[in-house]
Design a protein around this ligand. Structure first.
Ligand SMILES: *Cc1c(COP(=O)(O)O)cnc(C)c1O
Length: 328
């Protein structure tokens, strides 16, 4: 998306998050909030892990995708959506569309992992391939949208997507009560913006901190500079957070309601994945570990605080998981 003026944007509010919660309830899991004495002892804090690795399709992205699809005009004759992604958003849109009887087309790179292509097709979506070196996926998606009368569902830069993502933090605070700090993984800012809306409304004294990979700190730069900063495609094992800039619907919310953005290294992510597997018996993908790594690794001081932590996803195949652990 090119830089639009803020007057053309519909920035979501907490009311939109509450409306999203109504729409997705019954479809999205209310995921558990996990605790760990070991983690509490290490940090001196009381940590509440919202386990979106156990969400349908394996990540919080199902919330935003389901909400955005649920707002489509029910009276239009042919309901159809298109998304471009090789990751969790693709599977979320495919699955959420299937559950709502909507056609989905997912635009994926030709060299996308076979398991992801199979999973997306398994949800009934039509997969269209593009060459990531010679073709522009946004252009392809737009032409599919025009040809098939499909509505484009972006991964983060969209008010209904942001509102849907905000429901995870809403459930977390609803369950554990007010917290001192909420820590959230950051890619394009759908999860962080939505979470900030919920935290400001339900736990107003809480600080909100976003965490991105050290190799791609565009969000941190943007917050410091006061405008959306673009960077080259970053390299990190946090493959769900490799964006070149945060969203334009997201940034005003981050500016208003996020206190800080910090970064963690790939080594910290691997250490955190290991902790979750060994100690808490859960599989969290590298991107899903961003927030926890910043807390457990001491990047963010949490002693004496009640801290909400979003574990954003669990989609990693076991070969990859074990090779990351071995590589350490
Ligand atoms: C997409 C994704 C993120 C980043 O979310 P944004 O809304 O783009 O900031 C974090 N973790 C996982 C597992 C994801 O799939």
């Amino acid at each position: 998306m090119t830089d639009p003026t803020s007057t053309t944007l519909r920035i979501p509010t907490f009311d939109d998050v509450k409306a999203a919660k109504e729409r997705i309830s019954g479809a999205a899991h209310r995921t558990p909030v996990l605790t760990s004495r070991t983690a509490d002892r290490r940090t001196g804090a009381t940590l509440f892990f919202k386990a979106e690795n156990l969400q349908r399709a394996g990540a919080f992205k199902f919330r935003g995708a389901f909400n955005a699809i649920a707002t489509l005009d029910p009276s239009s004759p042919r309901r159809s959506v298109v998304a471009f992604s090789s990751g969790n958003h693709a599977q979320a849109v495919a699955y959420a569309a299937k559950l709502q009887g909507v056609e989905a087309t997912i635009v994926m790179p030709k060299d996308a992992p076979e398991v992801k292509v199979a999973a997306t097709r398994g949800y009934g979506a039509d997969v269209v391939f593009y060459d990531r070196y010679t073709e522009d996926r946004e252009e392809i998606s737009r032409s599919i949208a025009a040809e098939r009368g499909a509505v484009l569902i972006p991964p983060y830069d969209h008010p209904d997507v942001i509102a849907g993502q905000g429901t995870a933090a809403l459930e977390l605070i609803d369950e554990v009560g007010e917290i001192d700090l909420l820590v959230v993984p950051l890619g394009g800012g759908g999860l962080l913006a939505g979470s900030a809306l919920s935290a400001r409304a339900l736990s107003p004294a809480s600080a909100v901190i976003g965490v991105e990979p050290e190799a791609g700190n565009d969000g941190q730069q943007s917050l410091r500079k006061g405008e959306v900063v673009h960077i080259p495609v970053p390299k990190s094992i946090a493959d769900g957070a490799l964006v070149t800039h945060v969203g334009y619907h997201n940034f005003p919310i981050l500016q208003r309601s996020v206190d800080d953005i910090v970064t963690v290294t790939d080594a910290q992510l691997v250490e955190t994945m290991r902790f979750f597997a060994e100690r808490m018996k859960i599989l969290v993908e590298p991107t899903g570990c961003l927030a926890a790594a910043a807390v457990m690794g001491g990047t963010i001081g949490t002693a004496g605080k009640r801290v909400g932590i979003l574990l954003s996803g669990g989609n990693i195949d076991l070969e990859k998981f074990s090779s990351l652990l071995r590589g350490q």
